[in-house]
Design a protein around this ligand. Structure first.
Ligand code: SF4
Length: 450
């Protein structure tokens, strides 16, 4: 099954990362494939690469006749489906958190057509950092990771705390806790004990967290041992990705690792010459300024964070409740921090976790919190309705006197829903009808609260 996928993957990754390879493949497909010892039909492989890398909108031959394209898409679909199961409604133990998580998903898609293009983007309710800072310091780092300072060592005491935190997370959040990654503004392999924490994670949650490393060439034997321990099943579910920071690093990785070892490892071409666009977030904002006009095409504004919920740092013993945001002056790193708590032990962690989700993960619009319209939202008052627009999508709601006045009140000055009702003297059924319309907008991300 998927016999040609390793070759297509290799071609695609080089095509996306290396402009000179791309030119060679486009100009002399047969010769280029022969040079690399790839036994594929050259024209068909080139067409598949063009499509998969977004360089062609349509194909000369019908898509269903390109078996490489079909095979690669089927392979990708299996991974996407695996993650959909992990984040499905029944993976959440708390219905309120599930509903809120769906709202965040809808809001992010409304705010950005870039996010909408990628159906497989999910927002997970939990992530862990097993270090403080990152040694790699990529110039495009979307979360502006600070320099590495310290690791969370796998001492008996720390290991006990880790397992207890995982158990309580699964008990409270449900099996969706197994979707957590163990890094954010950190490089996983900066921590010499990273693997031990991952094996505990698997033992408690039953799932292997995905790992993205930017230093796959630093200690290949360590990475090989890790891959072997995880096993082919976990590796086949995209448990591992290598971030490529330069063409030299790509060459080195392809020299170090055999094609069969790279079969299930996604290489993420993040080198400056690649086709990948950087999120205009974190350090990439400064990189974009340095590149000036020349770099304009390389950056797009979209939120980089895939967490809506807790970011737990085991070194600092902090838990932040974060939500993804479009990068802006207010949220340069693509997420906002709603509240931060510290914890000294597993009991404090559990209390803090419940407090943070209970406070911030609200499926229903709270009546006593200050409302405002989403900064991306454009509002148009029409003859018989009010339209709300995000980035290329919108909705409209029937216009009545209360609703129109309520929209104007919230636009002019942030107010709570209770204050809006008082101003309009709206009670009982009138207040309820108004609430239903604001709830509808809240569920789609047009209305937010602080
Ligand atoms: S992108 Fe990843 S590896 Fe690079 S600096 Fe940021 S956190 Fe570190």
């Amino acid at each position: 099954m998927y016999a040609d996928v390793p070759y297509i993957k290799y071609l695609m990754e080089n095509y996306a990362a290396d402009p000179s390879f791309r030119e060679r493949l486009q100009a002399r497909p047969q010769e280029t494939l022969q040079e690399r010892g790839i036994p594929l039909d050259a024209e068909m492989a080139l067409e598949a690469c063009d499509m998969l890398c977004g360089q062609a909108r349509e194909m000369r031959t019908p898509e269903e006749q390109n078996r490489y394209l079909q095979e690669y898409r089927a392979y990708q679909r299996e991974i996407v489906e695996e993650y959909e199961i992990r984040i499905a409604d029944d993976a959440f133990a708390e219905r309120e958190i599930c509903l809120w998580s769906r709202q965040v998903h809808r809001r992010c898609r409304m705010e950005s057509r870039q996010i909408r293009k990628h159906g497989a983007i999910h927002y997970f309710p939990l992530l862990f950092e097993l270090g403080d800072g990152c040694s790699v310091q990529c110039p495009f780092c979307g979360v502006d990771a600070p320099r590495w300072r310290e690791n969370f060592a796998y001492t008996p005491e720390n290991a006990g705390l880790w397992r207890e935190i995982l158990k309580r997370s699964v008990r409270y959040l449900g099996r969706v806790a197994g979707t957590s990654s163990c890094y954010m503004a950190t490089e996983p392999f900066d921590n010499p004990d990273y693997e031990k924490f991952v094996y505990d994670f698997r033992a408690v949650t039953g799932l292997v967290p995905q790992t993205t490393t930017a230093v796959a060439e630093r200690d290949p034997e360590r990475i090989r041992a890790f891959m072997k321990e995880l096993g082919p099943d976990a590796m086949g579910k995209a448990a591992m990705r290598f971030s490529i920071r330069s063409l030299r690093q790509l060459e080195k990785i392809q020299e170090i690792y055999r094609p069969d070892e790279l079969k299930d490892i996604e290489l993420l071409p993040n080198n400056p010459e690649s086709l990948t666009k950087y999120s205009l977030s974190g350090r990439a904002i400064r990189l974009c300024e340095r590149m000036g006009e020349k770099g304009r095409e390389k950056f797009i504004r979209y939120g980089i964070s895939c967490t809506a919920g807790l970011r737990v740092n085991l070194v600092k013993k902090t838990m932040e409740f974060i939500e993804p945001e479009l990068p802006s002056g207010e949220y340069p790193n693509g997420y906002c921090i709603r509240e931060t708590l510290g914890f000294a032990d597993a009991d404090e962690f559990e209390t803090g976790m419940k407090h943070l989700f209970g406070t911030w993960a609200r499926a229903e619009l709270p009546e006593d919190r200050v409302l405002h319209f989403n900064a991306v939202c454009r509002i148009a008052e029409k003859e018989d309705c009010v339209e709300f627009w995000g980035d290329g999508v919108g909705c409209s709601l029937a216009k009545d006197e209360d609703f129109l006045r309520a929209v104007r009140i919230v636009r002019e000055a942030a107010s709570t829903f209770a204050e809006v009702c008082r101003t309009l003297s709206a009670q009982d059924r009138r207040a309820l009808l108004l609430w239903q319309k604001f709830q509808y907008l809240y569920e789609r991300g047009y209305v937010r609260w602080a």
